[in-house]
Ligand binder design. Structure first.
Ligand SMILES: Nc1nc2c(c(=O)[nH]1)N=C([C@H](O)[C@@H](O)CO)CN2
Length: 131
């Protein structure tokens, strides 16, 4: 499985459960591991065969600018489902962290892994065939 990764992507967004968090943007750190639908770009050396990581950064910035989530979990899920659907990725790992939000903790957050519906369907079909 070939993967594109984006590490230490820092950006500001409105996020949190408290009223002040609806008004004051906070810096969050995002790390992504995105499985690629094909490895064609490795042979062709053509961006048309690649998943353009600049477009992923653009999409994440758009999500952060237009949404306010209460929980890091909900933001991570939204990013995961958007990338799986819009970039035809079969699998993604998303970490989202807040920096210095609790005294004594440098960074805290969530990490989720998701598989596209197409892959989940194939897996359940295979387990039916096996049994
Ligand atoms: N599991 C979570 N716990 C908490 C979250 C969260 O997003 N997921 N958020 C908060 C507050 O917004 C916090 O960041 C402010 O101190 C608390 N717990």
């Amino acid at each position: 499985m070939d993967i594109i990764f984006l590490h230490d992507f820092k950006a500001k967004t409105l996020i949190g459960i408290y009223p002040w968090e609806r008004i004051v943007p906070q810096t969050i750190r995002i790390d992504l591991e995105i499985a690629l639908p094909t490895s064609r770009a490795c042979q062709s050396d053509n961006i048309a065969d690649a998943l353009d990581y600049a477009l992923i950064v653009e999409k994440i910035n758009e999500i952060l600018a237009t949404h306010h989530f209460s929980l890091l979990e909900a933001l991570a899920e939204h990013i995961a489902q958007t990338v799986l659907t819009e970039f035809q990725s079969p699998w993604i790992k998303v970490s989202v962290a807040k920096l210095g939000i609790i005294r004594g903790v440098k960074k805290l957050g969530v990490r989720i892994e998701r598989t596209s519906n197409a892959i989940s369907d194939i897996r359940s079909h295979m387990s039916v065939v096996k049994s």
